[in-house]
Design a protein. Structure first.
Length: 214
């Protein structure tokens, strides 16, 4: 693994910049087995140069509003974005995803999500909404496989020992109930660590939460 650096429009994120995102956020008071799996993963990750995400920062990225930073999107444009997103999510039913197995990757660690069908349908609806509201330049990457981020690496390390530790976790899968899409104003800041290194840390403020009600 190597140091995680967030990306925006194909380049390194500007420290402190905010960008609108659509996320799925787990409720660990409901999905208690998922909470146990996340806790076990954290214990495996602690010896490694990874900033662990707290329960309030666990997230699944559905899509990014990638045409501009959120500072350039005023209240009226945000209202339009929420209205269009609500319309495109009409008819999308809540569903149960499976989180796991845990995976160590170049940027830290994550939980894969499956099945692909409902997750890809949700991503497609969100992308269609973003494009309708803001034009074709709003989506600028393929998105990759859906996953629940667990932590971001702040240094370089061999990820094989971490993957071995994650593979020993059992059970390695848990239910993740998906019942709403969150539109969030996401910020990354590069913070100094006590050891002299720096680490990128994520935070956000809510914009809207759209329930899935079909």
């Amino acid at each position: 693994m190597r140091k995680f650096i967030p990306q925006f429009q194909g380049a390194a994120w500007a420290d402190g910049m905010r960008v609108l995102h659509a996320y799925l956020l787990p409720d660990l008071t409901v999905d208690r087995h998922l909470a146990q799996l996340v806790s076990a993963c954290r214990e495996a990750m602690r010896p490694f140069p990874i900033t662990l995400l707290g329960n309030s920062r666990l997230h699944v990225t559905v899509e990014m509003v990638a045409d501009t930073s959120s500072g350039n999107i005023g209240p009226d444009e945000r209202a339009v974005l929420v209205d269009v997103l609500e319309r495109h999510l009409t008819g999308a039913a809540p569903f149960r995803a499976t989180a796991g197995s845990p995976v160590a990757n170049k940027a830290g660690a994550l939980l894969d999500l499956s099945p692909d069908g409902p997750l890809e349908d949700l991503r497609g609806r969100v992308r269609d909404a973003f494009r309708e509201a803001r034009g074709p330049e709003v989506v600028q990457h393929d998105g990759g496989r859906h996953h629940l981020s667990l932590g971001y690496s702040w240094g370089t390390a061999d990820s094989d020992p971490l993957q071995s530790a994650l593979r020993r976790i059992a059970p390695s899968h848990a239910v993740f109930h998906v019942n709403r899409v969150h539109l969030l104003d996401v910020q990354f800041r590069e913070r100094a660590r006590e050891d002299g290194n720096t680490a990128w840390e994520i935070s956000w403020t809510p914009v809207a939460a759209i329930p899935l009600t079909a």
